[in-house]
Design a protein around this ligand. Structure first.
Ligand code: ZN
Length: 217
């Protein structure tokens, strides 16, 4: 029988057809089965997962969008260890994400309670960018990640856990990390790990910077 339907037709390229040995297989449909599963493959859906970079389950999420109840306004008023603050700048600061997508997941954010990237003034915009670069350099020095995800989720619909106070995510990435880290992130040892991570990053952060002594509210 004409198992594979490979009887060469007019103009059939001889090089692209399955070799003669494939004619020995008695499952002529199998070669095409793989293409029958699901939609055509894309090559970008796993490169960026902003919906994962939120405060899982809304923990720490303020009851409303006000400054008074905002954890990102409150954190800089406490001490660095308690608040997991990695570095303080003049207008922005860097803090570990309490519910990290990955080890070393930091956020760079303004002291000022603003929600939208376009609300930042020029000086805040510049410092947010500079501290994001420093966060990458510091993480590279301390953890040697293979890559990063950087991003700002604007609005709850876009995945912002605390939408009222702008924050830029800096997430180090390693090959294969998305396979096991969400599981690791659920473990009880996370608070200790976060404290260790904060200390390591804070010590690796360039300094001493006299501005870090300042407290901005
Ligand atoms: Zn705030």
């Amino acid at each position: 029988m004409d198992v594979n339907g490979t009887t060469p037709g007019p103009g059939a390229p001889t090089g692209s057809a399955p070799g003669p040995s494939s004619a020995d297989q008695d499952q002529p449909e199998s070669a095409d089965d793989a293409s029958a599963f699901g939609p055509a493959q894309d090559h970008y859906q796993r490169l960026w997962n902003p919906h994962r970079m939120v405060y899982v389950g809304g923990q720490g999420k303020p009851a409303d969008g006000s400054e008074l109840r905002c954890p990102f306004c409150r954190i800089p008023q406490g001490d660095d260890e308690q608040g997991l603050v990695v570095a303080r700048g003049e207008r922005c600061y860097v803090v570990l994400n309490l519910y990290p997508y990955n080890s070393g997941h930091m956020m760079v954010l303004p002291y000022r309670h603003v929600s939208d990237y376009t609300d930042l003034d020029d000086a805040e915009t510049a410092e947010l960018a500079a501290m994001t670069q420093t966060a990458m350099r510091t993480t590279r020095a301390a953890y040697a990640p293979a890559g990063f995800n950087l991003g700002i989720n604007q609005g709850e619909v876009a995945g912002a856990g605390i939408a009222a106070h702008l924050h830029q995510h800096v997430v180090p990435r390693w090959p294969g990390d998305s396979n096991f880290l969400p599981v690791v992130a659920q473990t009880k040892s996370l608070p200790e790990l976060l404290a260790d991570t904060r200390r390591r990053l804070a010590e690796a952060w360039p300094g001493p910077d006299p501005r870090t002594a300042h407290r901005h509210t």
